[in-house]
Ligand binder design. Structure first.
Ligand SMILES: *Cc1c(COP(=O)(O)O)cnc(C)c1O
Length: 379
């Protein structure tokens, strides 16, 4: 069934089901594992499935629902979030200048530091909480502003609409890594963005058992064709099984997000009052410097919190290993609560504060979560 609805709960469930099923068809699409398709006797048509790397029904269903959730025109699914990010950087002409936030997902930073120059791209890291800093950093050859808000790991807020206005005046595009807010909490195309990127490994997958990524484009067919070409010819595509599993997970994603928002809001308020906690970074707190902008561009503040503790690295590590329900692990967006000492995870090149704990608040009962965190902090 395809849907005309603009409500995420309906799109998420019906946006990847079969179009116009014939009578007595299965309601839920199956997994098509064949990598090859029989040729027609009267010749291969453009729209025919041919070979699974170029396209298959499961990936196509997934791409359709991803585009609908973001209100975009087209989506390309990738085998990981970083493969999706890579495709957007590689779609830029060599000689282009790109602005990236100075607080950005570690993998994006590594990609830029290790590969941008080799791809002929010039990249500057800037403080994107301040539009005038961004304006001053624009150059004649600036082709893209890369936005991540709330940023990782400091949950800084960037005004997406302001970045889009600046970029448009300059003939550049705005790409938003919408992994953390998700389309449930923020709709970048409505704010003027040109491209949305996801690590679907996180909230869209939601169960810490699928690796995936996506690029969604609105009103820029030329850019989308470049992304599509990179997806198919470089081949970092998800398997049919992963595409099927992700489409399945997406059907419950809007409902999961409600509880992530609610639990993280309560957890942030608890941490904010705790004497062992020095500072909490959560855009839902009124004390957060980006709260007003976040409130204007997001409909919920998400499930991620970072906080600084009173103490050093050893104290932070003791706290993250002192819980019974919250697991010490990296990544985010799963139904289970996990947290980590971010600097240890990122390693030598990390710029994360030494006393920072990054918390992905899950869907367990909030009373159990707060009791678990409290006993770990009080130990
Ligand atoms: C995890 C993450 C990525 C990378 O995604 P992978 O699926 O791990 O490759 C990119 N951006 C953000 C904001 C992330 O949290």
């Amino acid at each position: 069934m395809s849907t005309e609805s603009t409500n995420l709960e309906t799109i998420a469930i019906h946006g990847s089901m079969k179009d116009n099923p014939s009578p007595n068809e299965p309601v839920v699409p199956g997994i098509e594992l064949s990598t090859i398709y029989e040729h027609r006797t009267d010749g291969i048509r453009e729209e025919d499935w041919k070979y699974t790397r170029a396209g298959n029904p499961n990936r196509s269903q997934l791409e359709k629902v991803l585009a609908s959730l973001e209100g975009g025109d087209n989506a390309a699914a990738f085998s990981s979030g970083v493969a999706a990010i890579t495709s957007v950087f590689q779609a830029m002409n060599s000689g282009s200048h790109i602005l990236v936030p100075d607080d950005v997902y570690f993998g994006t930073r590594m990609l830029v530091l290790d590969f941008a120059e080799r791809w002929g791209l010039e990249v500057d890291f800037v403080d994107m909480t301040n539009p005038s800093t961004v304006e001053q950093a624009l150059k004649a050859n600036t082709a893209m502003i890369w936005v991540e808000t709330p940023s990782n790991p400091l949950l800084q807020i960037t005004d997406v609409a302001k970045m889009c206005t600046l970029a448009k005046k300059h003939g550049a595009i705005v790409a938003v890594d919408n992994t953390w807010p998700t389309p449930f909490n923020m709709q970048p195309f409505g704010l003027g963005a040109d491209v949305v990127i996801h690590s679907t490994t996180k909230y869209l997958g939601g169960h810490s058992d699928i690796l995936g990524g996506a690029v969604i484009v609105k009103q820029n067919e030329e850019l989308f064709q470049k992304i599509r070409k990179i997806q198919i010819t470089q081949g970092a595509v998800p398997s049919s099984f992963d595409s099927w599993l992700l489409a399945r997970s997406i059907r419950s994603f809007p409902l999961r997000m409600r509880v992530h928002n609610e639990n993280a809001g309560k957890m942030a308020a608890f941490l904010n009052e705790h004497p062992k906690v020095r500072e909490v970074f959560y855009p839902g707190l009124e004390s957060h410097p980006g709260h007003e902008i976040a409130k204007a561009q997001m409909s919920g503040f998400g499930g991620m919190i970072s906080f600084l503790i009173e103490g050093d690295e050893a104290d932070a590590l003791k706290i993250v290993h002192g819980t019974k329900i919250v697991t010490a692990a990296t990544s985010l967006g799963g139904i289970e609560s996990i947290w980590e000492h971010r600097r240890s995870t990122e390693g030598e090149r990390s710029v994360a504060p030494k006393d920072l704990i990054r918390f992905s608040v899950g869907l367990e009962h909030i009373d159990d979560l707060i009791a678990d965190v409290e006993q770990a902090l009080d130990k």
